[in-house]
Ligand binder design. Structure first.
Ligand SMILES: [Zn+2]
Length: 63
């Protein structure tokens, strides 16, 4: 498993623009917006979390 790529589309995180970077007690947390629409959370350069791609619509009208 490559932790330097988007888990959704395998895009290299190094090629994504920095959107926010916050130093924390455990290290450097970085948020990036991937080309697939997913938000990636990086800790010291490693992907530690990701949202679903924006193309995946939430079924909010399913009642
Ligand atoms: Zn992606």
């Amino acid at each position: 498993m490559d932790e330097t790529r988007c888990p959704q589309c395998a895009w290299p995180t190094a090629e994504l623009p920095h959107t926010a970077e916050r130093p924390m007690s455990r290290g450097r947390v970085d948020y990036r917006h991937c080309v697939c629409g997913s938000w990636l959370a990086l800790l010291n350069g490693d992907v530690v979390g990701a949202t679903r791609p924006a193309l995946t619509q939430v079924q909010s009208m399913d009642t």
